[in-house]
Design a protein around this ligand. Structure first.
Ligand code: TXA
Ligand code: MG
Length: 318
């Protein structure tokens, strides 16, 4: 039976109503600085099971637990000196750390997919922070999209994918960062598990050492490193400087005047990341048989996260 999904404004009343829904075991889409998350009480097996069901997400793929601060985070995971240093530098913000789960954490085992580690993040978005304080508990929140599809950076994207499956969405306009958090594994030596909204260069500067990439689609370390993801309906080609006449060309920078859509006409990677998922949805709506063709994006800073998402949008579907 579909349920009626409420659209709540991100006012103090709307946030209080969202917290009440969460306390009752319901699911709420909410804004973070990266993408909209689909939140549920991370201690409640039934709420967490409903997140997997609403998204159609495989149960082996664990969720990120959102908390208001590092003190709360330390009640769920064991922090090394390195983890503490990264938290001090980058929380709140678009960094997720995978750390050893504490025996007394009290999280639903579904959140961690039974692993001995947990992914933790302190979001910076003021509405996410206000919701965490009002709810006063840990929020399990994957991106608020059906599994394998394009991530949501606006409340309307959440509704397009999940309306009728979740109790509410808190609307606070578009997300500023636009790509998901960077995930670092810190169970041993630091490993980059997913490039994201915090540039790898910033992490390496803080760690004082290069960060190695910790997995692949063939041998995933973060169970979410599946090859096909972010899939639009249309086919996707990358690194295209000469699109065919029937392709929707998505440009980057000033050298693509013929492109109807452009991630950033000035060639700014921060602007491009913020525009990425909405542009992918627009291009998908415009594309016919010819598919979507993306201009090359430099592999530095946020360009790494953009290219990671585009490679998976272009990957063969399974
Ligand atoms: O920006 C973000 O991170 C957004 C917002 C809502 O916070 N969330 C997000 O969640 O992107 P999701 O579920 O779409 O991606 C979580 C990723 C998955 O690839 C999952 O496999 C990985 O985190 N992950 C979670 N727990 C893990 C663990 N214990 N070990 C390794 N990877 C883990
Ligand atoms: Mg996701």
């Amino acid at each position: 039976m579909p349920i009626k999904t409420q659209i709540l404004d991100a006012t103090s009343d709307g946030i209080a109503a969202a917290a009440e829904i969460l306390r009752g075991g319901g699911l709420v889409g909410f804004p973070t600085e990266t993408v909209y998350g689909l939140g549920g009480d991370a201690r409640d097996d039934r709420a967490v099971a409903r997140i997997f069901e609403a998204k159609g997400r495989p149960h082996f793929n664990p969720l990120i637990v959102h908390v208001p601060d590092v003190e709360t985070a330390q009640t769920y995971a064991v922090f090394s000196d390195q983890a503490r240093a990264l938290a001090a530098s980058f929380w709140p913000g678009p960094l997720t750390m995978v750390l050893p789960l504490r025996a007394d954490a009290g999280l639903s085992p579904l959140v961690t997919a039974g692993l001995a580690s947990v992914a933790l993040r302190v979001p910076a978005h003021p509405v996410a922070r206000a919701l965490l304080l009002a709810f006063d508990g840990p929020l399990a929140a994957p991106s608020a999209n059906p599994s394998g599809r394009i991530s949501p950076t606006r409340a309307a994207h959440v509704l397009a994918g999940l309306s009728g499956r979740i109790e509410a969405v808190l609307n606070a306009g578009p997300c500023a960062v636009g790509v998901e958090s960077t995930i670092v594994g810190l169970a041993g030596a630091p490993l980059l598990l997913r490039p994201g909204g915090l540039p790898q260069e910033a992490l390496e500067a803080a760690l004082g050492a290069p960060l190695s990439f910790g997995g692949s689609a063939e041998k995933p370390n973060a169970p979410g490193q599946l090859a096909s993801h972010y899939a639009p309906e249309a086919g996707v080609r990358l690194g295209v400087t000469n699109p065919t006449p029937d392709e929707v060309w998505v440009g980057f920078g000033p050298d693509c005047p013929a492109a109807v859509l452009n991630l950033s006409r000035s060639g700014d990677l921060i602007e491009a990341a913020a525009a990425l998922f909405h542009t992918l949805r627009l291009a998908d709506a415009m594309a016919g048989q010819g598919g979507i063709a993306f201009a090359p994006i430099p592999e530095t800073g946020l360009g790494r996260a953009i290219n990671d998402r585009l490679r998976r949008a272009a990957a063969p579907r399974n």
